[in-house]
Write a protein that binds this ligand. Structure first.
Ligand code: EZ4
Ligand code: CO
Length: 401
């Protein structure tokens, strides 16, 4: 089953997406998400100019061999651009394998380990009251897990606070700069969760994303202050290039920790997992080498009772969401899946079989991923430059984002 073509489709139905479509000699095709928010065209070129020429003529059935060939053969290993490109190839090959064998991918990964994947929605608001109302709306929709982010008094704009119904992390044009204060932030979070628990009780899982903005000791203090509200997790408490930082946080708090949405390989989280410094690993299909590599991370994590909690924001396309759900349904040590609903235009460009009911999602039973790409419709939404915002402290110093 030879690969005869690889097409890179860049479209922007509400936000930018890069999709790889691999075609085989018998006319079968598979899709893979290659979207790297704010750096999309680098991955598109990596695929189009450097990877697709190497794939033409290869046997589409040899997923692991092609993965190793692209990873080891490039000489230059890891990094978000390389690993997103490899992820797209890997996902597309799993899609083809599922279609060829007439089975949904989760059946090829060992079958379902659960009825559905627990997902969390995103509640946010400028004030505590608005955020509590948004969280209550998610509960009314059937969600049993909700991430809550709130505006910080004294800061004009705060990460994670959406505008309108669809939460979009990037902004059109050149990267906007926002002002950040860790002091203002850390004192604003406990009152939010106090109010959420008072209004919603303890029957719903509550999550919070710190977005790599605190030092380890600041994060330790916040984790401790949040203990009475029993969070499902505190996410990305501090930047994780230095994995040992988490030892310090861990010594001080029992609030569960999640990290890894920006990781792209098992080497980024090896110490975090083996030393049991985290409870959830957030690596995703698209940014961490595809379904094949994510399974290796999950297998390592399983040994240490670390569970998965994959990133699933709107900048991860429905192709990635479908792949994530096949992974989530099958791996034993699944924990939770992030789910930010896409815009109506995105859903129309990427028709999909996955469904949500009663707080759980299911990838569906269509062969392969169960997601398609309407290329004619996609062509009506051309790429449009957008960036994630950046952050500076009140005195102008660049801060982690
Ligand atoms: O900042 O998806 O947990 N979710 C997040 C997201 C990420 C964006 C990055 O592209 O932190 O909002
Ligand atoms: Co996050």
């Amino acid at each position: 089953m030879k690969i005869v073509d690889g097409k890179v489709i860049v479209c922007s139905p509400g936000r930018n997406f890069v999709t790889l479509k691999l075609v085989t000699e018998d006319g079968m095709y598979g899709l893979g998400d290659a979207t790297l928010n704010g750096r999309e065209l680098a991955v598109a070129s990596y695929l189009r100019d450097h990877v697709v020429p190497l794939l033409v003529g290869r046997d589409a059935r040899r997923i692991e061999d092609i993965w190793q060939y692209l990873y080891k053969g490039a000489y230059w290993r890891r990094g978000p651009v390389t690993m997103s490109a490899i992820a797209a190839v890997d996902t597309a090959l799993w899609d083809i394998k599922g279609k060829a064998l007439n089975a949904p991918i989760y059946q090829l990964l060992g079958g379902a380990s659960r009825e559905g994947a627990l997902v969390y929605g995103h509640a946010s608001g400028a004030t505590i009251e608005e955020t509590v109302e948004a969280a209550a709306r998610y509960v009314a929709l059937g969600y049993t897990a909700v991430r809550a982010q709130c505006g910080v008094p004294g800061l004009a704009q705060t990460y994670g606070v959406g505008k309108g119904d669809v939460y979009e992390p990037a902004e059109a044009g050149l990267a906007p700069e926002t002002v950040w204060s860790s002091e203002r932030y850390v004192s604003s979070v406990p009152p939010l969760f106090e109010k959420l628990r008072k209004e919603l009780g303890f029957g719903v899982h509550l999550l919070h994303d710190v977005h790599h903005r605190l030092t380890p000791i600041e994060a330790a203090g916040l984790g401790r202050a949040l203990e009475p509200y029993r969070l499902f997790w505190m996410e990305d408490p501090t930047p994780a290039e230095t994995q040992e930082s988490f030892r310090l946080i861990r010594q001080h708090t029992t609030t569960p920790l999640a990290v890894g949405e920006v990781f792209n390989s098992i080497h980024d989280c090896r110490s975090l997992i083996q030393e049991q410094l985290i409870d959830y690993i957030r690596t995703t299909v698209v940014h961490a080498g595809g379904i094949s590599h994510l399974r290796k991370i999950a297998s390592l994590a399983e040994l240490y009772q670390v569970r998965t909690g994959s990133h699933g924001a709107t900048d991860l396309s429905p192709v990635c969401m479908a792949a994530a759900l096949h992974f989530d349904l099958s791996v034993h040590n699944f924990g939770i899946q992030e789910y930010m609903r896409h815009s109506a235009d995105t859903d129309r460009v990427f028709p999909h079989a996955y469904t949500f009911a009663n707080g759980l999602m299911h990838p569906g039973d269509a062969p392969g991923l169960g997601v398609d790409l309407d290329e004619a419709l996609a062509a009506t939404f051309p790429y449009s430059r957008a960036y994630l915002p950046t952050a500076r402290l009140e005195d102008g110093t660049v801060h982690s984002w």
